[in-house]
Design a protein around this ligand. Sequence first.
Ligand SMILES: C[S@@+](CC[C@H](N)C(=O)[O-])C[C@H]1O[C@@H](n2cnc3c(N)ncnc32)[C@H](O)[C@@H]1O
Length: 265
Amino acid sequence: MSDLTDIHAAQQEKFDTRDFNLGAVRLDHYEKLRFGPWCPYWSTYSFVATRVEPGKRLLVVGSGYGRDAVIYANLGFDVDGIDISLKCVETSRELAHRFDLTKRARFHQQPAEQLEFADATFDGVVGVNVIHHVDTQSCINEVHRVLKPGGWAIFKEPRLTPLRDKFRNSPPVTWILPKGVKSLATGSMHFEDAPGEKNLDGTDFRIMRETFGNLKVTRFHVIAKLSSFFGRRPTLERWDHQMFKVLPFMRWFGDQMTLEVHKQA
Ligand SMILES: C[S@@+](CC[C@H](N)C(=O)[O-])C[C@H]1O[C@@H](n2cnc3c(N)ncnc32)[C@H](O)[C@@H]1O
């Protein structure tokens, strides 16, 4: 692997110390009732799943502990997953082994900004919550390079929402809900961002649009943002979904999104 930057080292440290319950992973994860077009994770999955053809090559960028990569391999894709964290890579290999998918799901420790694959290798690229950890320009250049002409990429990422982020990061909210402690309502952790992490903004959109010549952004989570305090995210996501049908402009306030790009054929 190429030399790591300080940001890579910080990301490695953060994700090398996470524990994963591989026993809880199900290949039909996205079939659960809570999922549907109201959910940005499901929307990303659905975009990829509807493009499956046996032997098509898929790159999963920032593949984490490998759940989505093995799900896509099980659908029929020939999958490579890359991640900066060795623990994630080793855990993913174990997961692929459990499901007897090692031939179709391979995992590599590589930075997303310097992929060790030849030009025009992949039919598709998918990344979930990863662009906000990496150098966007270098990563998007690499994604464009390794895609075949006519290939596609889709990412699910958080979006910067200046007003709401300022509210979230100022007293008295930080007194009630400081980062790094559990939410009293949901029990979920609010972590300090590691170095290099950022929610995406117009600069990231411009990079994608200029590199690919196109970009489709779909936003989610307006009412669902309240799930940080009250839980019940699937219900709130459905409320958003209904609201967007009547008031489509409300999507503009969403802080989660899918980003879709296509390489010219
Ligand atoms: C929030 S996790 C998401 C993991 C996975 N996509 C998922 O949805 O479960 C971000 C992942 O990106 C990886 N990562 C961070 N910086 C990276 C980089 N520069 N290159 C490759 N992977 C990176 C981390 O190790 C981590 O596994």
